[in-house]
Design a protein around this ligand. Structure first.
Ligand SMILES: [Zn+2]
Length: 356
């Protein structure tokens, strides 16, 4: 019991610290600089990290293909590192994994040389209307702007898992008027100018990256990057969310009804990745590299969750009954089992009711 409490509160602190680190510098308080590292994956392919947020880049003779810029301070740091390590080779492409601000900010550092590429749905999420958001932050009152309560409700209901860390709203409400417009939230995101719908191939300096839209999941505008020669996949969030540090066998955050996308689409997204020819998953979160078998294991978790909750619904059980009876016994040893099992059942129940 004691251990559970400690583990839960330290995870919340980590998430809060990461959230603060994502935000632009605030005038008050000491600056908080997360750990930043560049690590080689294989050959000319590297991971770069900002705390538990990760991106990827491939160095070619004609320049660099980069994944997410993550945030303004990180991108400026990365630009300096790339310039000094790779003899000033320019970043030619920035490929967005999805539109959420905590991965997509900071592209200005590369805008002089790079083309920005994304799935076509990212344009909708950056067009000034309320975007698809992570962590159960939704337009509850349907007024088109992000109200404090729309951040605070998920933050206080599911601290350290959904919503954002303390101070988030005030940092992003840049004019301090008590509401956050989508433009304020996305002020540091460079819009993509090249959009694709299903797949796209980028060739640069004799090297190749395949972009794949896997389906709807944590976001509605995801891109998976496949590096075929390196046999590596880069994907964020839906395979390993921000709670994953070293073990991908972790119950998902399950915010809202699974981020407002049908569970059938989540499972399709996993299967799309599994169908790619690769050995290593470099995730947007998680300090270690994962395998294709790890992706399959997390997909089977979703299938088991859907099967158990569907069977309960078909048998006429209530949500409260299902939260007791769907024990997901096979996953008792997974990270966050105690903390998130009943939330997963509830999110699946609501999802299956919404999208059946
Ligand atoms: Zn996200």
């Amino acid at each position: 019991m004691r251990f559970t409490t400690f583990a839960a509160s330290s995870a919340a602190l980590v998430l809060a610290a990461s959230s603060l680190a994502q935000a632009p510098a605030r005038p008050a308080g000491p600056p908080r600089v997360p750990t930043r590292e560049i690590k080689q994956i294989t050959g000319d392919l590297y991971r770069a990290s900002n705390g538990n947020w990760y991106t990827i880049f491939l160095v070619t003779p004609d320049g660099i293909i980069l994944g997410d810029p993550l945030n303004v301070q990180f991108a400026q740091w990365l630009k300096g590192e790339l310039d000094s390590r790779f003899a000033g080779k320019p970043v030619r492409y920035v490929v967005y994994s999805h539109s959420h601000f905590d991965h997509a900010e900071g592209g200005a550092a590369f805008a002089a040389t790079a083309t920005f590429v994304a799935h076509e749905n990212m344009a909708r999420n950056l067009d000034g209307r309320y975007p698809q958001m992570p962590g159960d932050m939704v337009d509850r009152n349907n007024n088109g702007v992000i109200d404090r309560a729309e951040i605070d409700i998920p933050t206080t209901t599911r601290p350290g898992v959904c919503g954002m860390g303390p101070g988030f709203f005030d940092t992003f409400d840049r004019n301090g008027d008590g509401t956050m417009t989508p433009q304020e939230l996305q002020a540091f995101i460079v819009k993509p100018t090249v959009l694709y719908s299903e797949r796209m191939r980028i060739e640069l300096g004799g090297k190749v990256v395949e972009l794949v839209h896997p389906g709807l999941n944590h976001s509605d505008d995801a891109t998976v990057m496949l590096f075929p020669a390196e046999r590596v996949v880069f994907a964020t969030e839906f395979l390993a969310d921000a709670l994953v540090t070293t073990d991908i066998h972790s119950l998902p955050s399950a915010c809202g009804p699974f981020d407002g996308n049908p569970l059938a689409e989540w499972i399709k997204s996993y299967r799309t990745v599994e169908a790619l020819d690769f050995d290593v998953l470099a995730g947007g979160h998680g300090g270690t590299l994962f395998s294709k078998a790890d992706v399959a294991a997390t997909r089977v978790y979703f299938e088991d969750l859907v099967a158990d909750v569907s069977a309960g619904i078909a048998a006429g059980k209530s949500l409260e009954e299902l939260k007791q009876s769907v024990t997901l016994e096979k996953y008792r040893g997974w990270v966050n089992y105690e903390r998130l099992r009943s939330y997963n059942v509830e999110a699946a129940y609501n999802n299956l009711k919404l999208y059946r």
